[in-house]
Design a protein around this ligand. Structure first.
Ligand code: ADP
Length: 252
């Protein structure tokens, strides 16, 4: 099966000799839910921007759905983003004057969806995040947790190949943060492929796969074993993959 995303040997150098990423390789398969975790300055945002085709790396390649995106023009890249990727940000980024469903419908603007289909599609996406009863509310009439659910509906509405969530619980209290993580898990159970960028190890440990960045390099890549039989917190459920992947061999 073609991976949803392939990042191969990616490096990112900024002016002043900063190497934000160094030889990073990462493959995301359809149906995965993973965390990319690391302390501040480890390169998470840089990697997110490269995975989301918002920035081009200084070395290496990026493939989305098997297509090498390095040779695409900026215009082609924005079309690819509009159709294949969904973004969720820490600060929601909803438009103030638009209702919940209108905000969600903005996720369809660049996806080639006919105007008359936009409202029903937006309402359907709001129902998936449990907010169909708030479709006419403006952002300021919603709680933080509800706003983030609207933003998640907007990221999903065009059925992207991959959703990239940048610290999606970072602006929420614990209860709302947990609810948002549970929602991402449910959406993943329904088939959505999701990568969550976070500095929070507790969040990362709750997801089925954790990729850890440090100083611009991947230092570990672990997957939880199948749910049945896994003993939470024992440490036995995690299986390190970093060595096999770094060496370019197929994981066992
Ligand atoms: P994180 O998201 O994990 O906090 P970043 O990807 O933002 O990490 O940053 C990784 C490194 O790259 C840091 O040393 C940071 O200072 C540097 N960096 C990030 N963006 C820029 C930029 N636009 N110009 C120069 N250095 C940058």
């Amino acid at each position: 099966m073609t991976p949803v995303l392939g990042v191969r040997g990616v490096g990112m150098a900024y002016g002043g000799g900063v190497r934000a990423l160094d030889d990073v390789s990462l493959t995301i398969e359809e149906g995965e839910l993973l965390a990319i975790v690391g302390p501040s300055g480890s390169g998470k945002s840089t990697l997110l921007h490269i995975m989301g085709t918002l920035d081009r790396p200084t070395s290496g390649t990026v493939e989305i759905g098997g297509e090498d995106v390095m040779s695409l023009s900026d215009r082609e890249l924005s079309a690819l983003r509009g159709r294949q990727l969904g973004f969720v940000f820490q600060q929601f980024h909803l438009t103030d004057g638009l209702s919940a469903w209108e905000n969600v419908a903005t996720g369809l603007l660049y996806a080639g969806v006919a105007r008359r289909s936009r409202k029903p599609r937006a309402l359907e996406a709001l129902a998936r995040v449990g907010l169909d009863h708030r479709s006419g509310h403006l952002p300021h009439q919603l709680s933080g947790g509800e706003r983030q659910r609207v933003a998640i509906a907007r990221a999903l509405v065009h059925e992207p190949m991959l959703v990239l969530a940048d610290e999606p619980t970072g602006a929420l209290d614990t209860a709302n943060g947990t609810a948002v993580l549970d929602l991402l898990s449910t959406l993943n159970d329904d088939g959505t492929t999701i990568a969550v960028i976070t500095h929070d190890r507790d969040i990362a440990s709750r997801l089925p796969r954790t990729v850890e960045l440090r100083d611009g390099r991947i230092v570990s890549d672990t997957r939880a074993e199948a749910q049945a039989g896994a003993v939470s917190g024992s440490g036995d459920e995690a299986r390190p993959l970093a060595d096999t992947r770094k060496a370019g061999k197929a994981p066992a």
